[in-house]
Design a protein. Structure first.
Length: 304
């Protein structure tokens, strides 16, 4: 059984007013959290395990910098060919009672990954995977989904494809803190970069997306290097904890301490529910999270 440690993370500046109001006016019923999914895309490189991070517009509960993801949509109930574990099996794995809810989370993860990066975990059968999703027709399909002009199931059916749910692995389950004005109930998944597929930002709305060496991001977490490289008004001059939600920082730690992509993906982990709570530390507001101490997939990567 994993030993737990108590971690403290700063409350994001955009959320301080809501946090202070929550304390001053007493605890109230939190707003309902929207179900969501996020995918940690991974690959091995000469320096270590890398993951794809992107800039998120607005005040997203998934952070300014984070992994591809978003909220579940009505279209995630659409019927389509499904390869891999059944929704009932996914429900057991994710620790949810309703297999339909589990199915939505899985389909949302695959849809959002495609929409935001162009990486498509789908194929014509249970052992094949589509290739070359960088062509213009795929970008048009991503834009159509983003604009609500086309459904993900339609994109797949036209090409005779089904979702490869065996290619994503569950990581963790996070709830946005109670005081937030926008709350997500997010399941995080992980997937290896498919052969002959390369992520790219959405033409119309993408700002920044890049492969990043996880261990390096953790080593530099107290510097503003990442935020300065992204170069947006709300990223320049900010450290990692001001750009990313605790979920992203903790997952980066786990990736950075693994022996590689395969070791990380094959690590047996229970899907723990993380529920950050408000706490005061030296007169400042912080988010308190109980985290497992153990690494996932081996020892620390030192790079070259």
């Amino acid at each position: 059984m994993d030993r737990l440690s108590t971690r403290l993370f700063p409350v994001h500046p955009d959320q301080r007013t809501a946090a202070l109001s929550w304390i001053e006016h007493g605890q109230r019923t939190p707003l309902k959290a929207r179900p969501a999914s996020s995918v940690v895309l991974l690959r091995d490189s000469a320096i270590g395990t890398e993951t794809y991070l992107s800039y998120r517009r607005g005040q997203s509960p998934l952070g300014v910098i984070g992994f591809p993801g978003g909220s579940i949509e009505e279209s995630d109930d659409d019927d389509l060919p499904w390869y891999g574990p059944t929704p009932a099996m996914w429900a057991k794995t994710l620790g949810v009672d309703d297999h339909r809810a589990a199915r939505r989370h899985v389909l949302c993860a695959i849809r959002e990954l495609f929409e935001e990066t162009g990486v498509l975990l789908a194929g014509p059968d249970a052992s094949s995977l589509v290739e070359g999703t960088q062509a213009k027709e795929w970008m048009k399909a991503r834009e159509a989904i983003n604009e609500g002009e086309c459904r993900f199931a339609d994109i797949l059916s036209r090409r005779g494809l089904g979702v490869r749910t065996d290619l994503i692995k569950p990581l963790s389950h996070w709830l946005t803190p109670d005081f937030a004005h926008r709350r997500f109930d997010t399941h995080y998944f992980a997937a290896a970069q498919p052969v002959n597929q390369e992520p790219s930002i959405l033409d119309s709305k993408g700002v920044w997306g890049q492969w990043r060496w996880a261990a390096q991001e953790i080593a530099d977490r107290d510097t503003t290097r990442l935020g300065d490289e992204v170069g947006q008004p709300n990223t320049v001059g900010h450290v990692l904890s001001e750009l990313a939600v605790p979920a992203v920082e903790i997952i980066l730690e786990k990736i950075g301490s693994s022996r590689g992509c395969i070791a990380y993906l094959s690590h047996k982990r229970p899907v723990k529910v993380y529920y950050p709570e408000l706490a005061e530390q030296d007169g400042d507001l912080m988010l308190k999270v109980e985290c497992p101490k153990l690494t996932e997939g081996g020892s620390v990567q030192r790079g070259r």
